[in-house]
Design a binder for this molecule. Structure first.
Ligand SMILES: Cc1cc2nc3c(=O)[nH]c(=O)nc-3n(C[C@H](O)[C@H](O)[C@H](O)COP(=O)(O)OP(=O)(O)OC[C@H]3O[C@@H](n4cnc5c(N)ncnc54)[C@H](O)[C@@H]3O)c2cc1C
Length: 341
């Protein structure tokens, strides 16, 4: 007979602007797990009166999350700095009943939330699992997580026994829930004062970049070492603009100074999940591909027919990029102009 260890699976929303976009899929993921695995479901929402928190609360209620905690603060949630979010969560989460039983806390996998999850886990003496690709329930009714390592070349499965765990998960598919939602219990939890400790202020400066960010872009036009120069990247920006997308780059292109580091995709860059990824003059190394969501459709342009990127691309074009990209941009541009006439 199996021993059920994890008793609670609980989403944590730390009051970041992207919370609403991730909330639906994260909460549905939890409800879906609860249909396969006997556990209580929960949601902790940092904030209660702002539009983001209200929307997440409405979603949690409609999905029948068993218990929802709204952490009320005196300050505007969006103005909290990262270490203050960590302070609040590390102070409140251990006081919740779920943290006295074995619990898996889930947060959305984005740069900020992954850091918050890890820091809160350390402060609670819990397990920080980092970014996890899958959460599995086996025939013995045991819960485990699957993580990617070595730039996506290996997968690790880690079974979850007794303890408190924090995982960051990326929710791309919307699982279906079949059972009728249950009524949620809502607990408002007053966070009286955010601890005033020596503060180091992080000032967010307006971006000097004139081009759209790669974060959240549905189309990415991505350049590799084969682009050869900063001037070459101008062609990629023109194509991206015509397509309504953004420009990203491989590490060598960033190292060469052709694109800023905020545009680097890969193991040591950003994780992106556009609908379409144009991989131009890049070979498709595991370290680069580790930064692209498996559901993304890849169109590769490379002069080498043996380039590994072609094994991963849905569409491949063997060509010199400098012949194809300006011609493609001009063609698309003329179509766009025609459609406006
Ligand atoms: C710990 C670690 C972390 C790393 N993290 C990252 C990361 O986050 N992101 C990342 O990208 N890399 C990362 N790397 C580096 C990675 O190993 C590769 O070196 C890198 O991804 C290769 O980039 P590339 O494809 O642009 O260059 P290359 O592998 O040199 O490929 C260039 C491609 O351009 C093609 N080409 C050349 N000229 C043309 C032309 N005129 N037209 C069309 N095609 C042309 C070539 O055929 C070739 O396939 C990491 C490495 C390590 C060890």
């Amino acid at each position: 007979m199996s021993i059920v260890n994890i008793k609670n699976i609980c989403a944590v929303f730390c009051g970041l602007p992207g919370d609403v976009e991730s909330a639906e899929s994260l909460l549905l993921r939890i409800r879906d797990l609860a249909e396969k695995y006997p556990c209580e479901t929960g949601a902790v929402i940092l904030g209660s009166n702002d539009p983001t928190s209200k929307r997440i609360f409405a979603l949690a209620s409609s999905f029948g999350i068993d218990q929802v905690w709204c952490l009320e603060t005196q300050v505007d949630i969006l103005t909290l700095q990262r270490h203050e979010r960590i302070d609040v969560l590390a102070a409140i989460l251990p006081t919740l009943q779920v943290a006295h039983e074995n619990c898996l806390f889930l947060m959305n996998a984005s740069g900020d939330e992954e850091e918050v999850a890890a820091a809160v886990a350390v402060r609670m003496n819990a397990w920080a699992l980092g970014r996890c690709e899958q959460i599995l329930v086996n025939d013995e009714n045991e819960l485990s997580v699957v993580k990617s390592c070595f730039g996506g070349r290996m997968k690790i499965t880690r079974s979850l026994s007794a303890g408190i765990f924090f995982a960051a998960v990326r929710c791309v598919e919307q699982p279906r829930i079949t059972s009728a939602p249950k009524t949620s219990i809502v607990t408002k939890h007053e966070v009286s004062a955010i601890e005033q400790r020596p503060r180091f202020f992080i000032t967010l400066l307006p971006k000097s970049e004139r081009y759209p960010s790669i974060d959240g872009a549905r189309i990415l036009v991505s350049g590799g070492r084969g682009i050869g120069s900063e001037a070459g990247f101008e062609s990629l920006y023109a194509l991206a603009e015509t397509l309504g997308g953004a420009v990203s780059a491989s590490l060598p292109a960033v190292d060469a100074g052709w694109a800023p580091v905020a545009r680097q995709v890969g193991q040591s860059g950003k994780y992106v999940r556009p609908d379409i990824y144009l991989a131009i003059a890049m070979s498709g190394t595991p370290q680069h591909m580790a930064g692209i969501d498996p559901h993304t459709q890849i169109i590769a342009i490379n002069s080498d027919p043996e380039a590994p990127i072609f094994k991963q691309a849905q569409i491949g074009v063997v060509a010199d990029w400098s012949q194809i990209v300006p011609a493609l941009e001009a063609k698309l541009h003329s179509l766009e102009v025609k459609s406006l006439d």
